[in-house]
Design a protein around this ligand. Structure first.
Ligand code: SF4
Length: 298
């Protein structure tokens, strides 16, 4: 790779403006995250931010950058232990190391605490449903942990690739409700605000930042990844981004503009209540997590 266009040192990453050395690339990456935080008004003065912290590359970079930005906010890291044999134990060790190095309060909640079983036990007969079950229960565990620490927001390590993949996956599944977010609800009053500070940063840049700053350790891959639709979409969009740089940002920006242009039917508000079993917000008698659990326990 060419030399850094700012200082002439050996470059490690090529940005749209030119190649950058490790130091200038790290500053560029952190400035991009700070821009995203401002653009979407993610952090307010005095906020308590609960960071969903798996110990994997994205959430490790997220936690590091949030600390380096010296926000006027308190940060608490929460790791959800789904109970995935041969995978989660290693990432929890990495998470503990990082949180202690950064001096961040770190809590661990497990599926076994929340619903009495590990993900492996829940999926013994139907591993194909892994990511849908895992995602629903993880959201619930994270919400409960965030409420316990009186958090104002939950920050997750979703990067631009994740956001663009989700847009495409909604269309591939024919999930018009999610693709258009075409309903109004009182959810803002009931759910803890979600923020995604890495949403404008590509996975490639996030990994490069992690490597430049010696944040990453080799970790195993979740054994259930093989069943995930996201895996195929990720490979496909990754190829497109490589051949046509900017594809991921165009997908995310296009979706944002589409939602901004969607007409809202003010009178048609879905009133959310509370799940009669766990108290989480829902439009139904039981929330999605309790419905999942009921199906799996049957
Ligand atoms: Fe959960 Fe699927 Fe991610 Fe594994 S790949 S941690 S099962 S969402």
């Amino acid at each position: 790779m060419a030399d850094c266009y700012l200082c002439g040192k050996r470059a490690v990453f090529r940005t749209g403006a030119g190649p950058l050395c490790g130091e200038h690339f790290s500053a560029w990456y952190e400035a991009g995250v700070a821009d995203a935080i401002r653009r979407y008004d993610m952090v307010h003065s005095g906020d308590r931010i609960c960071v969903g912290f798996s110990g994997g590359k994205d959430s490790t970079v997220l936690l590091e950058v949030l600390c380096r930005l010296h926000l006027d906010a308190e940060i608490i890291a929460v790791t959800v232990d789904e109970g995935i044999g041969g995978y989660r134990d290693d990432t929890i060790l990495a998470a503990k190391d990082t949180a202690s190095r950064l001096g961040v309060e770190h809590r661990i909640v497990s599926f076994a605490d929340v619903c009495g079983k590990t993900l492996d036990e829940l999926l013994a007969d139907s591993p194909q449903a892994a990511c849908s079950v895992c995602g629903t229960l993880r959201r619930r565990a994270l919400n409960a942990a965030a409420r316990e620490v009186s958090a104002d927001s939950i920050a997750t390590g979703h990067c631009l690739d994740d956001e663009s993949q989700s847009v495409v996956m909604n269309y591939l599944r024919g999930d018009v409700t999610r693709a258009t977010a075409s309903f109004n609800s009182n959810s803002a009053d009931l759910f803890i605000r979600r923020i995604k500070p890495l949403c404008r940063s590509t996975e490639r840049a996030t990994v490069a930042y992690g490597l430049c700053n010696n944040l990453l350790v080799p970790l195993p891959e979740c054994p259930y990844t093989q069943y995930a639709l996201r895996k195929d979409v990720r490979a496909w969009l990754g190829k497109l981004e490589y051949e046509r740089p900017g594809t991921l940002l165009r997908i995310a920006d296009g979706q944002e503009e589409l939602l901004a242009r969607m007409p809202r039917c003010e009178g048609d508000v879905v009133e959310l209540g509370r799940c009669e079993r766990c108290g989480e917000p829902t439009a139904n008698r039981l929330c999605a997590a309790c419905q999942q659990l009921e199906r799996l326990m049957r």
